[in-house]
Design a protein around this ligand. Structure first.
Ligand code: ZN
Length: 178
C-alpha cells in the first residue's frame, strides 16, 4: 500500500527533528485553491510550533487550522467541513504537544478571570507567571474601548444620530462629518 500523506509528513517531521530545513519560504507563485496534498491540519497556536516546518509542507499543500490547544472546536469543525466537502481534502492531522499552555487552565477559569473573579485572577496569574487583568481592569479608558463595540457598518451608511451622540460623549467633542 502506498504511503499516505500523513506517513510522508511524519517522515518529514523526523528530518525536521534532526535539524534539516523542510519548508521553502520563497514565494511559490500562483497556487490552486485546493490544497495540493489534500491535507488539513488542526494544531495548537503555540508560537513554538511551526506547522509547515514540522511536517515539511509547502505553501498551497494543506489547510492549517490553529487555535489555543489545537481544540476541535465548533469553528475548527466548520473549517474541516469546508476543507473536506468544498476543497477536496481527505486526510486530517491533529497536532498537540508537550508543555502546552492550555494544560494550565480551563476555559471556565479563563471566563471567571475575565469577569473579575479574584480567585480566578490569582490562579491565572500563577499559571502564566504574570498579573492577570480582567476586562474591568485592563482597558485604560473603558468608555473609549466600548465606543468600538457593536456592529460595523459601511462607511457610506446613513448617520445614526444616537451613535454620533454616544461617540461625541466618549471623545469629548462632536464627531466631524466626512
Ligand atoms: Zn499548546
Amino acid at each position: 500500500m502506498a504511503a499516505s500523506t500523513t506517513d510522508r509528513s511524519l517522515d518529514n517531521n523526523a528530518q525536521y527533528a534532526s535539524g534539516k530545513a523542510t519548508h521553502k519560504s520563497a514565494y511559490p507563485g500562483k497556487q490552486p485553491i485546493q490544497p495540493a496534498k489534500r491535507l488539513a491540519v488542526v494544531a495548537c497556536m503555540d508560537a513554538r510550533l511551526d506547522v509547515e516546518d514540522l511536517l515539511g509542507l509547502q505553501t498551497g499543500e494543506a489547510h492549517i487550522i490553529r487555535n489555543a490547544g489545537g481544540v476541535v472546536s465548533d469553528d475548527a469543525i466548520r473549517c474541516l467541513i469546508i476543507s473536506h466537502h468544498l476543497l477536496n481534502t481527505n486526510e486530517i492531522i491533529l497536532i498537540h504537544h508537550t508543555r502546552c499552555g492550555m494544560l494550565a487552565f480551563t476555559d471556565d477559569l479563563l471566563k471567571a478571570g475575565l469577569e473579575g473573579d479574584p480567585a480566578a485572577e490569582k490562579l491565572l496569574g500563577q499559571a502564566t507567571a504574570r498579573a492577570f487583568m480582567s476586562c474591568k481592569k485592563c482597558a485604560a479608558t473603558p468608555s473609549t474601548f466600548h465606543a468600538f463595540r457593536g456592529q460595523i457598518e459601511p462607511l457610506d451608511a446613513p448617520r445614526d444620530a444616537k451613535q454620533t451622540e454616544r461617540l461625541a460623549g466618549t471623545f469629548g467633542g462632536a464627531c466631524p462629518r466626512s
